[in-house]
Design a binder for this molecule. Structure first.
Ligand SMILES: [Zn+2]
Length: 353
């Protein structure tokens, strides 16, 4: 090649070093392709859901005054009794990995509308936000707007509401560090108990001003975390969205069923998992544990939910831990079907009576 002839593979046009540059670029390209292929392969390496299948609670059609819950991915859980309906978190947009890591995210009105419709929700009494990370809180204000719900959460969550233009009288700000807050919605009594997030250190801190989307996923700062006790004449549930705790915070509380957030739990050590169990499941005397926050929330809700890739969360370790702990303590380990309504307190076929 002559010195002035442009080399199609070179960024530098003509160069006396063209063959060396070309070799370098080819090697770099091969490395990028191989690296990308390796990451793509690793992102598809996921634990199997088969062990959960026999433990999935049966669908139970809605019935007046009977609580039903619906799992809508991550820790988005609809809880209703035909009279009142509550939604924990309310995350439907589930943006893809590229926009989460490199771009900006924003609530998708259409995905929220179709997610709510799939769950049979047209009207909500409250959206109860456990903490303000995007995979819990990003859509909460839009959900409240579409359903007429009161948005309940920390000051950070209220700043998500303000950024979405939700009026102050449609929000209830809950103190997230010391006080316990009780609220009543029909036959449901909800108690928000200050808790802690899994200690991964990502996007911690407070959202201090109204947050207007689109924003970076990491702009959705945690803003404090809650445990939620949901009491109903038919039974009591504890919803623990994030795998953290405050020592002794649940002492004296009672719940038959714990919806146990396991996101990131597989990356922690055995001692951490044991302490989480003894601070969240044991104090309330649960007879059933239902894991939540196990799915890969960079995939849309219309697609089958898949567990997090092994490289991002060690769900195998979590599953082994849960199997061992529930078997040792006689607690029923159950899973929720996607979207379908279930009776959280009802029998699971095949379970010990
Ligand atoms: Zn979080």
């Amino acid at each position: 090649m002559r010195a002035n002839e442009p080399d199609p593979l070179s960024f530098f046009g003509g160069s006396t070093h063209a063959p060396a540059v070309r070799r370098f670029l080819l090697i770099a390209l091969a490395l990028v392709v191989a690296g990308g292929g390796f990451v793509a392969w690793k992102l598809n390496d996921r634990p199997s859901l088969e062990v959960m299948q026999p433990r999935v609670l049966p669908e139970a059609p809605p019935r007046a005054n009977e609580p039903r819950i619906r799992f809508l991915g991550v820790s988005t859980i609809a809880i209703g009794d035909g009279e009142s309906t509550l939604l924990v978190d309310g995350f439907f947009t589930r943006p893809g990995l590229a926009s989460v890591l490199l771009g900006k995210v924003a609530p998708d009105d259409e995905m929220i509308r179709s997610g709510l419709a799939r769950a049979g929700i047209s009207k909500l009494d409250a959206v109860l936000v456990a903490h303000s990370h995007y995979d819990h809180a990003m859509d909460s204000a839009e959900v409240a707007r579409q359903t007429g719900a009161l948005l309940v959460g920390s000051e950070s969550t209220a700043n998500i509401g303000r950024g979405a233009g939700l009026p102050e009288d449609r929000m209830r700000v809950v103190e997230e560090t010391t006080e316990t807050t009780e609220m009543t919605f029909g036959d449901f009594r909800v108690t928000l108990i200050p808790s802690k997030h899994l200690p991964h250190g990502m996007a911690m801190g407070e959202i201090e001003a109204p947050l207007e989307p689109p924003a970076r996923a990491t702009d959705y700062l945690e803003g404090g975390s809650f445990s939620m006790l949901v009491e109903h004449p038919r039974g009591t549930m504890l919803v623990q969205s994030s795998a953290g705790w405050v020592d002794g915070a649940l002492a004296g509380r009672k719940a038959e069923v714990v919806l146990l957030g396991v996101g990131g739990l597989g990356m922690m050590d055995e001692g951490y998992r044991a302490k989480y169990w003894s601070e969240v499941v044991e104090p309330v005397g649960a007879r059933r544990v239902i894991p939540i926050h196990w799915d890969d929330f960079t995939r849309p809700l219309e697609d089958p939910l898949l567990p997090m890739p092994r490289m991002l969360d060690g769900l195998d370790a979590t599953l082994a831990f849960l199997e061992e702990r529930t078997a040792a303590s006689g607690i029923d380990l159950a899973w929720l079907p996607i979207v379908a309504p279930v009776d959280p307190f009802g029998a699971r076929p095949g379970a010990e009576p």
